[in-house]
Design a protein around this ligand. Structure first.
Ligand code: FES
Length: 357
């Protein structure tokens, strides 16, 4: 009796002696299992393609593949043209055109290569059905040598070397396609230098309401009131108006001076309970916009970071890592609120060479 037969007998013995099955049931079960085994369906009958039967169709397929690769080249070239013809600027209609045309061009660039390659493979490359038994991942040296031979033959049969038109248009489309992606790197923008460390505020700049630009006197700020503030003199016509306004945005609030928990250094940064803090959240830069008068909490609507206004705008909840920077303020001889200086630390989110404190 072979090892396999012994094993089958032992299994049968175990199943029947445990009382789970009778001899008859066990035999029946084996038969059901064998009858349910999935038969090898084999290969479907080979269907000869039109391009195998007719030179005319073969030539048409070659032209179609080349056309698709050419379409890819045109798409990539179009994306490059669109990028330079519609430079990103403050004009939103230009930005929309830049994005739309760049997207269309890159889509055509990638789609032409993809569809062209699939069409090439389906219509012109060899169409032989092959079935292969599973085997060890690493073949024998003989099989590996044979595989290399097959690859060389496939190279010949696919016509990669012979069909110069397809090869060259494929090279062209592959060479052009990455270019639109590469030029997008230019939009990372110029090196910011130390512009992240400074804002438009400087000593003596008056605080003005946003967006009217009306300058604010200390007497205008009643207990519990909140003002959205920009530096007076910030000119909407200047080229960097939006950047400067975004960095300099401030929230101005008046609280009962007795409620302020100010360090010795900051005692002179407020004026009769009026405090000014950067409006730019230190998490990822959303505008902090909600002030709860009862608790003196400032809330960022983006991810719910919460800052305690009367305690140096320290973070009491949420993902922000630092307090909101405070703008030191005072009043001038006419009673207008003015900055004592710029912020003494960068506003907004942390960046690569800014320490978190
Ligand atoms: S940007 Fe304010 S909490 Fe995320």
């Amino acid at each position: 009796m072979s090892d396999n037969s012994k094993e089958v007998e032992a299994t049968k013995e175990l199943a029947t002696s445990a009382g789970s099955y009778s001899d008859h049931e066990y035999e029946l079960g084996l038969r059901v299992v064998n009858e349910d085994a999935i038969a090898d369906p084999g290969l479907e009958p080979h269907r000869v393609r039109m391009t195998d039967k007719s030179v005319k169709h073969e030539k048409a397929a070659v032209r179609q593949v080349a056309l698709l690769f050419t379409l890819s080249m045109l798409g990539s070239a179009f994306a490059l043209w669109a990028y330079f013809s519609f430079p990103l600027s403050e004009d939103l209609s230009t930005v929309r055109l830049n994005t739309m045309y760049l997207g269309i061009g890159m889509t055509l660039g990638l789609m032409g290569i993809g569809i062209g390659a699939v069409h090439w493979a389906k219509t012109l490359m060899p169409d032989n059905e092959v079935s292969e038994e599973r085997h060890l991942v690493r073949g024998s040296d003989e099989k590996r040598a044979a595989a290399i031979e097959i690859l060389a033959a496939a190279n010949q049969e696919s016509g990669f070397t012979r069909r110069k038109l397809i090869r060259r248009t494929l090279y062209g489309s592959l060479a052009l396609f990455p270019l639109p992606g590469i030029i997008l790197l230019a939009d990372l923008g110029p090196n910011p230098g130390d512009s992240l460390r400074h804002t438009y505020w400087k000593k003596g700049t008056r605080l003005a309401k946003d967006p009217t630009g009306i300058e604010i006197k200390a007497s205008d700020v009643t207990l519990g009131s909140v003002f959205q503030v920009i530096p007076a003199g910030l000119n909407p016509e200047q080229h960097d108006y939006l950047e400067e306004k975004a960095k300099a945005a401030v929230l101005l609030v008046r609280v009962d001076p007795s409620e302020l928990k100010e360090t010795d250094e900051r005692k002179s940064w407020s004026y009769q309970g009026i405090v000014a803090y950067s409006k730019i959240c230190t998490h990822v830069g959303c505008p902090v916009a909600l002030y709860e008068q009862h608790t003196h909490h400032l809330l960022c609507p983006c991810h719910q970071s919460t800052f305690d206004l009367v305690d140096g705008c320290k973070v009491i909840f949420g993902p922000a890592a630092r307090p909101l920077p405070q703008l030191p303020i005072t009043v001038d001889s006419e009673g207008y609120l003015v900055a004592q200086s710029d912020f003494l630390e960068p506003v907004g989110p942390s960046f690569w060479d800014r320490s978190v404190k």
